[in-house]
Design a protein around this ligand. Structure first.
Ligand SMILES: Nc1ncnc2c1ncn2[C@@H]1O[C@H](COP(=O)(O)OP(=O)(O)OP(=O)(O)O)[C@@H](O)[C@H]1O
Length: 240
């Protein structure tokens, strides 16, 4: 199976204090991988290292075989990411903002219009694309963030806490969107969340971290034994 995200002994220290230590991940193309851990475990740090927003103290990250820190341009070509909250210009329309971003991908005017219309349709915002972002609900903003990530035809999408603050309807829409993109475009997802039920529903693999160290990494079914199939109980058991 082709590996699309690989980390080797990935370590980040700040002033000698390890934020994450010796992280070894090997995520295959087409996986939906959930990253879980308590507050401060190092989830955002891992995502920032994967997307080149932080430089590792030691170890390496490869995306699509490209080293993120040595071959940044090539590595980032395959990734769309939302780390922490996406930043929007609220006075713009969803379509206007996406059209501006599409310029950065070097598309001509007609290509930009087509690409943006396609992205808005995929995330279910085609009917609202010409309204100002400030009128959007949180769920719509999250989906606009995903539309933004889709503009570069990514093979990997990295989402940091995408379901934060969403109501049950918004969560279901987000879940269905992720599953649809995974199935139809074979996009690989790495998603961090505190919402274990949500991850349990969609992830093929899980990474569980505590204080910067990986406690479990593998297929979701491997974590359950016959007596126990509740991810929350297993997670809390590991943390205490
Ligand atoms: N720039 C920094 N300088 C020093 N410590 C930092 C810095 N950034 C993060 N940390 C620390 O590193 C640890 C991991 O932080 P990180 O944000 O990756 O955790 P997280 O798992 O994403 O947490 P949460 O679930 O609360 O978002 C925390 O103890 C945090 O305080």
């Amino acid at each position: 199976m082709e590996k699309i995200i690989e980390t080797k002994n990935l370590t980040k220290k700040i002033k000698g204090k390890p934020l994450v230590e010796e992280i070894n991940l090997s995520i295959a193309k087409g996986e939906i991988c959930g990253l879980i851990g308590p507050n401060g475990a190092g989830k955002t740090t891992i995502m920032k290292l994967l997307t080149g927003l932080l430089i590792p103290t030691s170890g390496e990250v490869k995306l699509n075989q490209w080293n993120v820190h040595k071959q940044r341009k090539e590595a980032m070509r395959s990734v769309g990411a939302i780390i922490e909250s996406p930043i929007f210009f609220e006075f713009m329309t969803g379509r206007g903002m996406l059209l501006n971003l599409a310029r950065l991908h070097g598309l001509n005017k007609q290509e930009r219009q087509e690409k943006v219309a396609e992205a808005l349709t995929i995330v279910g915002l085609d009917g609202r694309g010409d309204e100002k972002i400030r009128t959007y609900s949180l769920g719509m903003k999250q989906r606009l963030g995903i539309a933004q990530a889709l503009l570069g035809n990514p093979e990997i999408v990295i989402l940091d806490e995408p379901a934060n603050g969403l109501d049950p309807m918004g969560m279901r829409e987000l879940r269905e969107l992720i599953l649809q993109l995974n199935k139809e475009k074979n996009i690989t997802f790495l998603i961090s969340s505190h919402l274990l039920d949500e991850l349990q529903k969609i992830c093929s693999t899980l990474v569980i971290i505590k204080q910067g160290n990986v406690l479990f990494y593998g297929k979701q079914e491997e974590i359950y034994d016959k007596a126990e199939n509740n991810l929350e109980d297993i997670f809390i058991g590991m943390m205490t």
